[in-house]
Design a protein around this ligand. Structure first.
Ligand code: URA
Length: 484
């Protein structure tokens, strides 16, 4: 019998390495005793793997692609028999590559069920984590903390969701099953159990307001709610103590809702903005400055896009910039971060600017439309092009930016920006790279939008277009320097 000690805290490579060594040595599942040794002291000093017999001409191990994601999920379950189950599957897969297709097979069904539990737990974490702001900033980044109690070892697995969603703040999510932290550069996972600091803070009030405003009594399904939110999640939710009263008043509220269908409460983000203003006592910047206009734009309701976007994403850069670049509209990440070009297109753009020798902080970077337009699809928000009406409404802000920045040269990144800046509707490829004089002494330079490069399926074409875009930017820099 081979005893294999594992920490068993959701670390897939730990099981994989042991399983690989055992299977390559021809050791059958019956000869393996998987021991979970997850005490706190043992966390960083796992016992070494025992010596195994050397494989003799054994066939290399292979598994169908579906096995890896299944095993990665199962390893995160707290079920003590999970390692044995996975090893048995691995062993059986060597003889039967199509085993995983047999959904009635006992091992397969069991593994699928464990994986489903793990996915469900991850899903709960994405829904029920509540960040609280910690006073003070690190290098200008706000800091947040959350306490969560998962059933399984899912923190490392689920943390990338929070990195994508909250990329612009520093955060720690502590749980009894490990802690994840993000500082804008590295996502770090620590397997040691975290501790619940157990304190409320003003953020709780915002959550309560939010919860009360989205609670729809007409859609109340008590059983589903309780199944979705077992006691341990409620305990850590600031809004939980509102629920009994909301449920108790549900019937009366449904009636009241039917009577006042036309006067819905203001949207959550307004109340958040207002609350943030009251708390921070924001003092409007001096009139006639870009900061004052930015502040005004935070409350823009000129078109319906403000209803679904998180916030206005205004332009940024020095007020004296002689070069302005205009994109289309903020994307998902820009909408959450409140800054233009910080998502995937922004990364491409940063690389192109760097290659062209343009320092991003010297230019004024903005968008034709200041709110994110999207279509919700499941949990994702799919970018949608702004229409003419939205562009026309938002031109009011773009014109203010031009008036205050007074750039000598404006680059239109893509067709939406070109239309917003000049009304031009001819295809971009007819106008790209051909400077247009604007308002007497300003020059408009049309080029592609950086996201065009992300959409090109062919790698060679992508490289070619990337190089052309860098050329455009070099030319822009040259034009700016030579304009009097
Ligand atoms: N695309 C844009 O046009 N602007 C952004 O800020 C991000 C993506």
């Amino acid at each position: 019998m081979h005893t294999i000690p594992l920490l068993g805290r959701g670390d897939f490579p730990e099981w994989r390495d042991a399983a690989r060594a055992l299977a390559s040595a021809g050791i059958s599942p019956r000869e393996v005793d998987w021991r979970i040794n997850g005490s706190d002291e043992a966390l960083f000093e796992p016992d070494p793997l025992p010596d195994l017999p050397k494989p003799e001409g054994a066939a290399p191990l292979t598994v169908p692609p579906a096995f890896l994601p299944l095993a990665e999920a199962v390893v995160c379950h707290t079920e003590p028999g999970r390692f044995h189950l996975l090893y048995r599957l691995l062993w059986r897969l060597q003889a039967d590559r199509r085993l995983l297709e047999l959904t009635a097979d006992k091992d397969v069904a069991w593994a699928r069920l464990l994986a489903k539990n793990v996915d469900r737990d991850s899903h709960k974490m994405t829904a029920f984590v509540r960040f609280k702001e910690i006073a003070g900033e690190t290098q200008g980044r706000r800091r947040f903390f959350a306490w969560f109690e998962p059933t399984h070892f899912i923190v490392a697995r689920t943390a990338p969701f929070f990195r994508r969603r909250f990329a612009d703040m520093d955060w720690i999510i502590a749980t009894p099953k490990g802690t994840a932290s993000w500082d804008g550069e590295s996502l770090i996972f620590d397997m040691r159990p975290g501790e619940d600091p157990g304190h409320g803070d003003p953020t709780d009030d915002l959550w309560r307001t939010y919860y009360a405003s989205i609670f729809n009594p007409a859609r109340l399904k008590l059983k589903a709610m309780q199944a979705e939110m077992p006691k341990k999640y409620w305990r850590n939710l600031p809004e939980a103590d509102l629920i009994p009263a909301l449920i108790a008043n549900a019937e009366a509220n449904v009636r009241a809702m039917a009577e006042r269908a036309a006067s819905d409460p203001p949207l959550f983000h307004y109340r958040l903005q207002e609350a943030a203003q009251t708390v921070a006592q924001i003092i409007p910047a001096g009139a006639g400055t870009i900061d004052a206009v930015r502040e005004e734009a935070r409350h823009c309701t000129r078109c319906p896009l403000h209803c679904t976007a998180t916030q206005t994403v205004f332009g940024e850069g020095p007020q004296q910039a002689s070069l302005m670049m205009v994109g289309e509209q903020p994307g998902d990440q820009e909408d959450l971060a409140g800054r233009p070009f910080v998502g995937p297109a922004g990364k491409v753009f940063d690389a192109v600017l760097k290659e062209a020798g343009i320092a991003r902080e010297t230019l004024y970077l903005t968008n034709a439309v200041k709110h994110f337009k999207y279509e919700p699809r499941g949990k994702r928000r799919i970018h949608q092009k702004p229409d003419r009406g939205e562009i026309d409404h938002c031109r009011w802000w773009l014109a203010k930016e031009i008036e205050l920045i007074k750039p000598r040269l404006i680059v239109a990144l893509g067709a939406t920006a070109l239309y917003a800046l000049s009304g031009e509707q001819r295809p971009l490829n007819q106008l790209r790279g051909k400077p247009i004089t604007m308002q007497g002494d300003m020059v408009l330079y049309p080029t592609i939008h950086p996201s065009y490069l992300l959409r090109l399926p062919d790698e060679n074409e992508r490289q070619r277009q990337h190089a052309l875009f860098v050329e455009d930017m070099r030319l822009v820099e040259h034009l700016k320097e030579t304009m009097v």
